[in-house]
Write a protein that binds this ligand. Structure first.
Ligand code: A3P
Length: 319
């Protein structure tokens, strides 16, 4: 239970007691740090990250609000950086899951230790991921030129994806009452890593202010024009495709390797267990745009749209 007080150090407990807090419908406790809601254990890890992380200039950080396409973006990033002349056979993605190859800072590395050993990570450059908002992520990065890629997704699909994800974790049928409570918590903005709009806007604004170091991507764009988006990602990461690669179909090979069906059917993702004891398979479901239309009522959708419209107004962000 991430909302437990267990294993929280006294100085963190003392900080938590001074922060706004909230207990969700499942009885999990959250508190608000730098404008974002966290379960206590994740907050402790965020604080340890902020205090102890030493960036390298070449680091790459894959970021998102949960259920926005994190797994896909991690896979694409690994595939782009680790493409070699022998093609994609024996690619690292066939022997480890995207989450194993691109570990979460606050949900894995700093959750396990306040000073994790980052010297023997499997990737070079080092790859990390997070769901924390940009201002919180950037604190220890200071003037580091490391690259940050964010993926954003339509909030209504995020909600439906989260509903199914939570039900799968509990090994239960997806119940309507759960969906209603998720919609309500999203609308209030009091939920894990929420408010959703603040998370998205932190990266949207960051990408406008510093486009060389922050790239803002959309799940829907990746679905609609995967080829162009992967080329865009490769350029941002500093590993653009050569003409030769383009002609030899390298972009298509990467897209195939990272497709939902291919990843889902790899043994490692079919039967493997992730660091948090979850089955890798639960990160792969339908992967469709507008699946919310099958689940949300018009009333729910209108309410969410109204809030998001108001929050994103004037930002230039198209939703
Ligand atoms: P759905 O639940 O709508 O199917 P995250 O990786 O941030 O947890 O997001 C999970 C969502 O991304 C799920 O959406 C999942 O099916 C989808 N997804 C996972 N891998 C994908 C891939 N390779 N291509 C497209 N979508 C993918």
């Amino acid at each position: 239970n991430f909302g437990d007080d267990e294993d929280i150090r006294p100085e963190v407990k003392s900080l938590i007691s001074s922060l706004p807090s909230y207990t969700d419908v499942e009885g999990k406790k959250l508190c608000n740090y730098q404008g974002c809601w966290y379960y206590y254990k994740n907050l402790q890890a965020v604080l340890d990250y902020q205090k102890n992380f030493k960036p390298l200039d070449t680091d790459i950080i894959v970021t998102s609000y949960p259920k926005s396409g994190t797994t896909w973006l991690k896979a694409l990033t690994v595939a782009l950086l680790q493409r070699s002349e022998d093609g994609l056979q024996n690619h690292p993605l066939t022997s480890d899951s995207p989450h194993g190859l691109v570990p979460f800072l606050e949900m894995k590395l700093y959750l396990k230790s306040s000073t994790p050993d980052l010297t023997n990570l499997s990737s070079s450059p080092r790859l990390f991921s997070t769901h924390m908002p940009l201002h919180t992520l950037r604190e220890p990065l200071k003037d580091s030129p490391c690259k940050i890629v964010y993926v954003c997704r339509n909030v209504k699909d995020v909600i439906v994806s989260l509903w199914h994800f939570r039900s799968r974790i509990e090994n239960k049928e997806a119940e309507r009452s759960k969906l209603e409570s998720i919609v309500e918590s999203f609308c209030k903005g009091v939920n894990n890593y929420g408010p959703f709009w603040d998370n998205v806007l932190s990266y949207w604004k960051g990408s406008l202010e510093d486009p060389d170091h922050v790239l803002f991507m959309r799940y829907e764009d990746l679905k609609e024009e995967p080829y162009d988006q992967v080329i865009r990602l490769a350029e941002f990461l500093g590993c653009p495709f050569t003409q030769e690669e383009i002609h030899s179909g390298s972009v298509e090979k990467i897209l195939d390797l990272c497709s939902l069906d291919n990843l889902r059917n790899l043994d490692i993702n079919k039967s493997g267990i992730a660091w948090n004891k979850l089955h890798h398979s639960i990160f792969f479901r339908k992967g469709e745009v507008d699946d919310w239309k099958n689940h949300l009522t018009t009333e729910m959708a209108d309410k969410i749209d109204m809030i998001i419209h108001e929050k994103f107004q004037g930002s230039g962000l198209r939703i």
